[in-house]
Design a protein around this ligand. Structure first.
Ligand SMILES: [Zn+2]
Length: 335
């Protein structure tokens, strides 16, 4: 099973310490967030995550995007929304560079030829409806639900997707607002479709919260993977029987500081796989193996930005241990 994260990681910012950094700081070129990306990648790598994120440490999921688009003054919409410049590219490239360096070191240490590592970076884009729900419309559009607003955001976000696709293993659209029923799901589906159309890497959509009432419609979105929370919202398990996509299986509580035990995470993953296997119309053994190998990505329920960093790290570590144990034990039982 592939182990990944939803996206954000607790933010650590740096201070200029080396002479070269102090000089950069004087010139206004010192990037205090770079050490945050480094820490996020390092912790995810050490925890055993396969598809890592840059930690989304430059702001919350809304600010990161709108501060680099035309048409915004803070959270206020003051003009037509358009793509201005790459938003997450710099951190994607840096995170990927860090991973390549770690892979090279690992290879040098073991002396073995570099295997296909399975390690990669996830590109993350906050969805148009979720952005629209968190801004104040003052000009150009009628309100937060104006379809022109949603489509302009989608067009801008598509440009970001095209900008980062060469550098990432997959692209995830974050649309948590869709669980609330606030947006028309046909509009949301069209907007997400604008972003993901012809994107060459696998695409996912993360919708946390209780998704019981919207899951049928989410099946129709143009993405390969649907990512939901199951630890905080165990009743979401019921949707697995009818889900038509690959599944991002959130199995770690990201709201509580308390670290989820390996056994609790294992129980949840097993429960999920037991339901998912029923949707494949082949024999049980094959169905379970298929789920383990191809169709389930293991991740936390949601972003980890608000957790203490030690708790976030330990949660990821327990999640990876649990996923590996489940995979090993289930495969042994199938022999
Ligand atoms: Zn979420």
């Amino acid at each position: 099973m592939i182990k990944t994260v939803v996206g954000s990681y607790p933010v650590i910012t740096g201070k200029p310490e080396k002479l070269s950094e102090k000089i950069k700081d004087l010139l206004g070129l010192y990037d205090k967030y770079e050490s945050g990306v480094k820490r996020a990648v390092q912790d995810q790598w050490d925890a055993g995550i396969d598809i890592l994120s840059d930690g989304q440490i430059r702001g919350d999921m809304i600010e990161i995007f709108i501060k680099k688009m035309y048409g915004f003054d803070g959270r206020r919409v003051t003009g037509k929304i358009e793509y201005a410049e790459p938003i997450t590219l710099k951190d994607m490239k840096y995170a990927s560079h860090l991973i390549r360096r770690r892979l090279a070191t690992a290879t040098a240490l073991t002396g073995s030829p570099e295997k296909k590592s399975g390690k990669g970076i996830k590109g993350i884009i906050t969805g148009p409806c979720t952005i629209a729900s968190s801004i104040r419309v003052e000009q150009c559009y009628s309100d937060k639900k104006d379809k022109n607003l949603i489509y302009d955001l989608a067009m801008a976000l598509r440009k970001e997707a095209l900008t980062i696709e060469k550098h990432v293993t997959m692209i995830q659209i974050d649309e948590p607002i869709l669980s609330t029923g606030y947006y028309d799901l046909d509009l949301a589906r069209n907007a997400v479709g604008i972003i993901t159309k012809d994107i060459k890497v696998p695409t996912a959509m993360h919708v946390c919260g209780d998704i019981m009432s919207v899951s049928e419609e989410l099946n129709e979105f143009n993405v390969d993977i649907l990512d939901h929370e199951f630890a905080t919202n165990r009743k979401n398990l019921a949707i697995l029987e009818n889900i038509k996509k690959d599944i991002g299986f959130g199995c770690v509580d990201t709201k509580q500081k308390t670290v989820d035990s390996v056994d609790a995470i294992k129980d949840l993953i097993i429960e999920g796989i037991e339901i998912l296997k029923n949707r494949d119309d082949i024999d049980r053994k094959k169905a379970i193996k298929n789920m383990l190998d191809k169709h389930v990505l293991i991740d936390p329920d949601c972003g980890m930005r608000l957790l203490p960093i030690d708790s976030a790290y330990q949660k990821l570590k327990n999640m990876v241990t649990a996923a590996e144990e489940v995979e090993r034990e289930m495969k042994e039982a199938l022999r």
